[in-house]
Write a protein of this length. Sequence first.
Length: 323
Amino acid sequence: GSVVGLCRICGGAAEKFFRVREMMFGSRDEFGYFQCADCGCLQISEIPSNIGEYYPVDYYSFHGGSKNTRLLRDWIRKKRALYAIERKGLVGALLYAVKKPDPLFSIYGRIGATPRDSVLDVGGGCGQHTMSLRRIGFEKAFSIDPNIAGDIEADGSVIARKAEIFDIDGVFDLITFHHSFEHMENPKGVLAKACRLASMSGRILIRVPTVSSEAWETYGPNWSNLDAPRHLYLHSRDSISRLAEAAGLRILDMWCDSVAFQFWGSEQYAADIPMNDTRSYSQGLAGSIFTERNIKEFEQRACELNRNDRGDLLCVLFGPTQA
């Protein structure tokens, strides 16, 4: 294998070394990771040549599925989601008060996205997220993913293309990476390409796990969002800033949207319980090592960490430097 020495983000020296087990599927295969002394990015020492084997057919993002439409339900969902984004309309406000939609829609509200935007979702699996955007009026949304079997159509147009970002031309108002960026071998090149695809006022949204977090400091190699070997890079706030600079982007907004999984997943891994194990909380509370109260506490703790910028999931909004 190659000699581990230099950070692939900033060229800094490798400082701390870790052995991390594959624990989502529970193969427990071990992988070397190192943390850069300079920018703090944690990265896999060597990308496995058989990395594809760690994305089996039942890997969660490969499942599309066009849910059958129920007009009233879909209308309610659309009103609620649009209210989360635009904060307009009494009906939407009432529906939103009764039940919150997917938190992603509130993120789109925070960054000022509108249904008129052309959206490119990078690493979007079978396009489930694109489909949910299309349903609420984002007609110019589509996703790309090199790992799907082929292009996926819905309502007569392609919602998901089998492609990498380097295969794409055009101009987009919003380019999103919802937990796909950490899986990419060439983050510098990917971000630079995204910068070229963004319109003059375009924005790029990246959501990734971060080592600038309490969970990483507490759990180390058992941290659930490390997810070896699929996550090649676990960025620090510093390494993200350096990537932005190298790509000619500036950071417009950065915040945490971590959830309770950082605690229950990590506690399970520390107890040698894989994610897909029958004893995992992912299979329900009954067979798990947690009480309902534990989970509630984890949820409250996650909210608290987010408020203090210490959660283990980071949302970063970039814009072009020249705009």
